[in-house]
Ligand binder design. Structure first.
Ligand code: FAD
Length: 364
């Protein structure tokens, strides 16, 4: 008899977890979510992401392990599955001394290191010569990373889940204990909680360590053929600049900011102007004809709320009201780059829980 599993959440974390678990024939999976690929909503972080692989986990942390493990799979998809909407990008990372201790400086602390832990993980890692650095920057590295077109990749993940037999439906849960009854059979013994920022309000979870990290972006049609970022700006300690060209005609994401605790869903037009100006200053190949912001062709302005969590992502098992719940939420600004690593950890926890179940049954 298969074990019934309900996964709550259809962001990159829920979909990747469903995909990994769907490889097990002994699991019958239903995925339920309020938001699905194709939706754009401030409560749904995944479509707004760049999204790229810019590792930020501290060596030894579970986040770092998840990021390291995820690179291999993103690399494989990039090479073998062009329809998934991921491509390689030459990447330049710049660090400024004055950003140490700011919101964005803390976020990029590991990313800007010239002896970064991922130097032997990503291909082509090289420390830039001082003469190659933009004015005001004291460190710089280049390597090959990937950029994900979220508008293609999220539906791709969903399609793979459906192909593997996952039942997918819309639903809004007010309490995590309502999840088992959402299974196509009417009951489930394992719930996987991939609710992102909503883990802060979902009944039975209400994680007070979870809060929003507001990110504002501009999606443009211009294609610079490169990914660039810098650790901060002179405009504000919570603003930064990044340019990420998405795969297969997805345009380029210009960012951004990391505004801790800010729930504002509407784009700030002044910030948008600053983002566009800083992006063309850092990456002139965005506007080769005129060098001016007016050459940017805007697809949309947007705001996403990163599911921040004090202490890092929560990937662990908890018994709630007699049900087994495996949590997988709180991936802040790194949900894509840690997606497979954390999904494999959920897989391990689910298999562990099944084994315990068997031992209990065999003792009876
Ligand atoms: P979400 O995508 O928010 O999905 C949550 C899911 O849970 C949704 O389907 C929702 O409907 C469902 N849900 C929640 N509560 C309930 C409920 N009560 N009932 C039913 N369903 C519920 N990450 C990277 O790795 N690289 C990047 O370059 C990158 N860039 C980013 C740029 C920006 C501007 C932003 C905002 C984020 C960026 N991120 C990036 C971070 C990444 O987007 C997030 O970490 C990731 O999307 C989180 O995914 P998630 O599945 O946990 O949450």
């Amino acid at each position: 008899m298969p074990t019934n599993v309900v996964i709550v959440g259809a962001g990159v974390v829920g979909l990747t977890t469903a995909l990994i678990l769907s490889n097990h024939d002994n699991l019958d999976i239903t995925l339920v979510a309020k938001h699905m690929p194709g939706d754009y909503d401030v409560e749904y972080a995944s479509p707004w992401a760049g999204a790229n692989f810019f590792p930020v986990g501290t060596p030894g942390s579970s986040l770092q392990k998840f990021e390291k493990a995820t690179w291999g799979e993103l690399d494989r998809i990039c090479r073998e599955v062009p329809e998934a909407g991921i491509h390689y990008q030459d990447t330049f990372i710049y660090g400024r001394k004055k950003d140490v201790g700011t919101a964005t400086g803390e976020w990029f602390k590991e990313l800007v290191r010239e002896d970064a832990w991922f130097k032997d993980v990503v291909p082509g890692f090289r420390v830039l010569e001082k003469s190659e650095l933009p004015e005001g920057c004291s460190t710089g590295t280049t390597f090959t990373s990937v950029c994900i077109n979220t508008a293609i990749y999220l539906p791709y993940l969903l399609g793979q889940c459906v192909k593997n037999g996952v039942t997918v439906k819309r639903g809004i849960l007010s309490h995590i204990s309502d999840a088992p009854s959402q299974h196509s059979s009417g009951n489930a013994s394992i719930t996987i909680n991939c609710t992102g920022l909503q883990a802060s309000t979902l009944g039975g979870v209400e994680d007070q360590n979870v809060y929003p990290g507001r990110g504002q972006i501009v999606l443009v049609r211009n294609e610079p053929d490169v990914m660039v970022t810098v650790s901060g700006t002179d405009d504000s300690g919570d603003e930064t600049t990044y340019v990420m060209q998405r795969a297969v005609g997805g345009g380029t994401i210009l960012g951004g900011c990391l505004q801790h605790g800010n729930w504002e869903s509407q784009p700030d037009p002044n910030l948008a102007q600053r983002i566009m100006q800083r992006s063309i200053d850092l990456c002139p190949s965005l506007v080769p004809r005129t060098g001016k912001v007016t050459e940017l062709s805007v697809v949309r302005h947007g705001v996403g709320l990163r599911p921040m969590r004090k202490g890092g992502p929560r990937v662990e098992t908890e018994r709630i009201g007699g049900n087994t719940v495996v949590h997988n939420y709180g991936h802040a600004g790194y949900g894509y780059q840690s997606s497979f690593g954390s999904a494999w950890e959920v897989e391990r926890l689910v298999l562990e829980s099944l084994k315990e179940g068997e031992e209990v049954r065999s003792k009876l």
